[in-house]
Design a protein around this ligand. Structure first.
Ligand code: 1BO
Length: 273
């Protein structure tokens, strides 16, 4: 499994996203994913599945040190004391002593970012997480966060797939040694059957989704595809035995536009074009 290194963190290049998975099916899928070789599991307070993710991790029987587990703090817990308390509650739901990465799930313009980052750094200082980072932060907010945070940030987790270009955010991440972690990396299934990806896939005996994931990891991005289907778990992991040419990478870059975003909310920041 390839690793993405960022400011001291070693993030497995493919992880399991768990947004919208809950209950027994979620726990079972996490267990199955780990059995198949996944070492990176992504959850969040707002997904309401931390308990299920923890159950899947325990059922897998794998040593805790072998896994990279991320959770994210929801925006209503951004006041520093609240933030620390909410991460303790996440750990209690996960039944884990620490996570590998805690992210601010979305920017929150109503709480001063510096104060939130101080709370986030305290979470790391207290040993509740090994690393801290951001999610859904724009270039301007990344710059502000890096300047204000008392501890190193290791990533920005954002929507990224061939239909949504993220050049500016990627450049900002590289400038500051942050990894880009891609959610919805196969565009919620929309890459399936896409002509360019399918044609390239035929060359390597791979599906359009595998070509898409390969394109991401070949950029040094970590991707967290979500699936509720076991057969897709192995498919999403089998992207380390072929390499796309520069020409193929560029053909896939050409599919992107700033308008390809699939996840947006009224509280989202002003995105970079
Ligand atoms: C509201 C959840 C967005 C993706 O993590």
């Amino acid at each position: 499994m390839d690793i993405v290194e960022a400011n001291g963190a070693r993030i497995p290049a493919i992880g399991l996203g768990t947004w919208e998975l809950r209950g027994r099916p979620c726990a079972r899928l996490v267990d199955q994913a780990i059995a198949l070789g996944y070492r990176h599991i992504d959850t969040a307070q707002v997904y309401e599945n931390e308990r299920d993710v923890g159950e899947g991790v325990r059922a897998s029987g794998i040593a805790r040190d072998e896994l990279f587990i991320t959770t994210k703090v929801w925006t209503n817990h951004f006041a520093p004391r609240d933030l620390v308390r909410s991460v303790r509650e996440s750990l209690a739901r996960l039944r884990l002593g620490w996570v590998d990465l805690v992210l601010l799930h979305w920017p929150n313009a109503h709480v001063p970012l510096r104060a939130t980052l101080e709370g986030l750094a305290q979470v790391r200082e207290a040993g509740l997480t090994r690393h801290i980072g951001l999610s859904n932060f724009t270039v301007a907010l990344i710059e502000e966060a890096v300047a204000a945070c008392p501890a190193p940030l290791v990533c920005d987790q954002v929507e990224y797939h061939p239909f949504l270009s993220q050049t500016k955010v990627i450049e900002a991440c590289r400038r500051h040694g942050l990894a880009l972690v891609a959610y919805s990396p196969i565009a919620k299934g929309r890459v399936k059957g896409e002509d360019t990806l399918s044609r390239i896939g035929e060359v390597y005996g791979k599906t359009a989704a595998q070509v898409c994931l390969r394109w991401l990891v070949q950029q040094g991005v970590s991707a967290i595809p979500r699936t509720s289907r076991v057969e897709r778990l192995s498919e999403n992991l089998a992207v380390f035995d072929f390499e796309l040419s520069d020409g193929e990478m560029n053909e896939i870059f050409a599919l992107g536009s700033p308008r390809g975003r699939l996840t947006n909310f009224a509280f989202a920041p002003q995105w970079d074009d």
